[in-house]
Design a protein around this ligand. Structure first.
Ligand code: C2E
Ligand code: MG
Ligand code: MG
Length: 715
């Protein structure tokens, strides 16, 4: 197609007069001034000529038969294209009333008789020029508006001299501003911006006004229909002729489609089309970054390399479509198996993170960051192998599938991303060789550790069922009197072959595997029932303390278990104390505090165990709901030899007392330690100096034989 340049034709003048002589004179003057002429004898003719020929200028007599000049002028103004035509009314001499009516009817100008014919021609040309400029401006304006609409652009400005704000309608529309006022105010301009970005935008603009600097800022707005759009906002400073900054001129553009396209490109480049998982490229990138982070923080991370066992068989027997469905199903299971909320509890780490990727075909990789210890990767690997080995129902087919997993661990196997990939891959082949449907570490010694841990987990589950767990009780002594006021329940595992296993060797595994939930419940119920027995035997309200560990602390149903135990045993709530470590307190923040507050609502006592070994921020003593502080035994044991420790103990006792808390010292082993603690006015103590933890029967015997009056060297 060819496009032509526009040609500017000779301007056309329409002369409207019922008198022939006047028409001839006007015609002569306008021809001389370069116009082409058409003529009409009255208003009606003028209107139809205007419609057919569209003149640039009209000379209109006022008094005419049929339709006068005022009426014709007003009618033409309302016709299409009538807005910008120049209309000059020809009135009688000094006829001021006609002049006023002429402007009312929409005339641009008037001439009064007698007419200066030479001037009239020039005037015609001048008016034509003005009209063209005006029309050009109007055309440009509407084009700017249209262009802005098409480009999803809008503009706003702040006058720096008087600080007025203006914003174009298009800008307001784009931003979704809800304008109750016209023009749109600055606040209305900001209102649609998503709340957490609004202040940032306001600051940018205010700063630009203050410092007269340009800026660019991107943000999101919520439109009235609730959709979110991305906006790019650029602002420049405009200077006046004297070089002074006059205006901040801003352009806003809706870049939502652009952003979506970018995201799509990103997705295509870094994600697997079939499963939506990260692809090899993204995974390798993440792996490299993980090496840097783990190196810096001295953390372990594991790389799991998965391959479906005999996947080819599925493709061959059921077709690629079913193969694809299987890969999708597998990827969903993988995502679920490594959900951060679960693995966080497993590794006991907050900053833990995971990524699943599809390498291609039936191969997947998983990155588990900050796993605490290398063997922890086995827990996840085992969970994945189990979760994937199921019957899949795919398009009316039943497909059985298993998986083999290889594991490499940073930095045990290597510190190089490529080597870690290679080793995990090699370990995966070993898992295949070992009979498929299992996992293997690249480092063989880790396999042994993982097996041991697995065995321990298995045995521990059995132990709970078979009642192999027992509680021992260590008396707690009031230091001022030497009386037994309570006991701490300490768990032991009476293992059928290994003998008595101390808690340090199984509580961690119990937490990782969630078995602790059952253990906690058992401990609370058992300790309450024992304590009720001693209390009725001695006729004294003795207290029992139980240790609750950190695993998903806030999620466990402690309140129910405690409530039920108290009801069942008739124990008073204030005879039960729960011991929590500082790390648990710090754990899930508000939720933990909420749970502890609920316990205190029941009037159960809360004590802070091993105080001084965790985060040890004294400030939270005022915010956390605790009744008792237990000074960790490392301070007590060191306190006679190290002056610093004794000062710490003194400070903790003083601070705790000022907050109305009870202080218990742990691990008192010598008379000397006891002496100092009494001097510092520590309330209670426990330790080998008084008694080792005792089985329930022996503890009862201690109470009845030696009685509560035993002074334990305190008097
Ligand atoms: P903990 O709560 O700080 O318990 C005090 C530990 O210090 C006990 O070790 C106790 O036997 C020991 N101990 C008491 N007096 C002395 C002393 O004079 N010198 C020395 N060196 N040690 C003393 P145990 O029973 O091995 O318990 C270790 C930790 O296991 C406990 O520390 C507690 O954190 C945890 N634990 C014990 N029982 C349970 C339980 O039922 N549930 C949970 N979740 N954790 C428990
Ligand atoms: Mg304790
Ligand atoms: Mg302790």
């Amino acid at each position: 197609m060819q496009f032509k340049q526009p040609v500017h034709a000779t301007p056309l003048a329409l002369i409207v007069d019922d008198e022939l002589s006047l028409r001839l004179s006007m015609k002569a003057a306008f021809v001389k001034a370069g116009f082409e002429i058409i003529e009409a004898e009255n208003g009606r003719e003028a209107i139809s000529l205007f419609q057919s020929r569209r003149p640039d200028i009209i000379l209109m007599d006022v008094v005419m038969p049929e339709m006068d000049g005022f009426e014709a002028c007003a009618a033409i103004r309302n016709l299409p294209g009538g807005k910008y035509v120049q209309i000059v009314m020809v009135t009688g001499m000094d006829d001021t009333e006609s002049t006023a009516r002429a402007f009312e009817a929409g005339a641009n100008d008037f001439v009064s008789k007698p007419i200066n014919w030479v001037m009239l021609g020039h005037r015609g040309r001048y008016m034509l020029r003005a009209s063209r400029a005006f029309q050009e401006l109007a055309k440009n304006n509407s084009r700017v508006v249209k262009t802005q609409e098409i480009a999803k652009l809008g503009n706003w400005e702040i006058n720096l001299l008087d600080h007025t704000f203006e914003c174009s309608r298009e800008a307001a529309r784009l931003l979704g501003a809800h304008y109750s006022t016209d023009p749109v105010t600055f606040e209305e301009f900001l209102a649609p911006i998503v709340s957490h970005e609004r202040e940032m935008v306001r600051k940018e603009i205010e700063q630009a006004v203050e410092l007269t600097t340009p800026f660019s800022v991107n943000y999101r707005v919520i439109q009235s229909d609730g959709t979110q759009r991305y906006i790019s906002n650029h602002a420049e400073v405009l200077y006046g002729e004297n070089g002074e900054a006059e205006l901040i001129f801003g352009a806003v553009q809706d870049v939502t489609e652009l952003r979506q396209a970018e995201e799509e490109i990103h997705r295509l480049g870094f994600y697997d089309g079939l499963t939506g998982l990260a692809n090899r490229m993204l995974f390798l990138d993440r792996l490299k970054k993980e090496v840097v982070v783990s190196q810096r923080n001295s953390q372990f991370f594991a790389l799991l390399y998965l391959d479906l066992d005999q996947f080819k068989r599925v493709n061959d027997s059921f077709g690629h479509h079913v193969g694809d469905l299987l890969l999708k199903a597998v990827s969903e299971i993988l995502k679920k198996s490594i959900r951060n909320s679960d693995t966080n509890a497993l590794f006991g780490k907050k900053s833990h993170d995971t990524m699943v990727a599809r390498m291609g075909g039936d191969e997947f990789t998983i990155l588990l960051s900050n796993i605490g210890g290398p063997e922890n990767a086995a827990v996840v690997a085992r969970r994945i192998v189990e979760a994937l080995s199921i019957t899949y129902h795919l398009d009316e087919h039943e497909v059985l599938m298993t998986t083999s997993v290889g594991i490499s661990v940073f930095p045990v196997d290597s510190r190089e991303p490529e080597m870690l990939m290679q080793y995990a891959d090699a370990a995966m082949y070993q898992a295949k060789d070992a009979g498929r449907n299992n996992y293997q570490f690249y480092d063989k010694s880790l396999n042994q550790k993982a097996v041991n841990k697995y065995n321990l987990e298995y045995e521990l589950r059995q132990a709970v069922k078979k009642n192999e767990l027992v509680l021992y009780y260590q008396p707690q002594i009031e230091l001022a009197t030497g009386r037994i006021v309570g006991a701490e329940a300490l768990i032991r595992w009476l293992h059928p072959t290994k003998g008595m296993v101390p808690p340090d060797q199984f509580i961690a595994v119990a937490e990782e595997t969630g078995i602790i939930v059952d253990i906690n419940e058992w401990v609370i119920r058992t300790a309450c029932s024992h304590c009720a027995k001693w209390s009725s035997a001695t006729g004294q309200d003795l207290r029992v303390a139980v240790n609750l560990s950190g695993y998903k602390f806030a999620e466990q149903d402690f309140v129910r278990v405690i409530d039920e135990s108290l009801q069942a045993t008739g124990l008073e709530a204030n005879q039960l104390e729960v011991e929590i470590t500082e790390n648990v307190m710090m754990g899930d923040g508000e939720e933990t505090v909420g749970l502890l507050a609920k316990m205190r609502d029941l009037h159960v006592r809360v004590s802070l165990d091993d105080f001084g070994t965790g985060y040890s921020s004294l400030s939270y003593l005022t915010t956390f709901p605790v009744d008792t502080i237990k000074i960790d035994r490392s301070f007590v044991m060191g306190h006679t030899s190290e002056k610093k420790n004794s000062l710490i103990i003194k400070a903790i006792v003083a601070l705790g007392h000022s907050l109305g808390l009870k202080i218990i010292a742990e691990g008192i082993e010598t008379a000397e330690q006891l002496e100092l603690l009494r001097e510092y006015k520590c309330d209670e103590g426990q330790g080998y100096y008084f008694k080792h933890p005792l089985p329930q029967k022996e503890f009862i015997k201690l109470l009845s034989e030696e009685g509560l009056t035993n002074s334990f060297g305190c008097t």
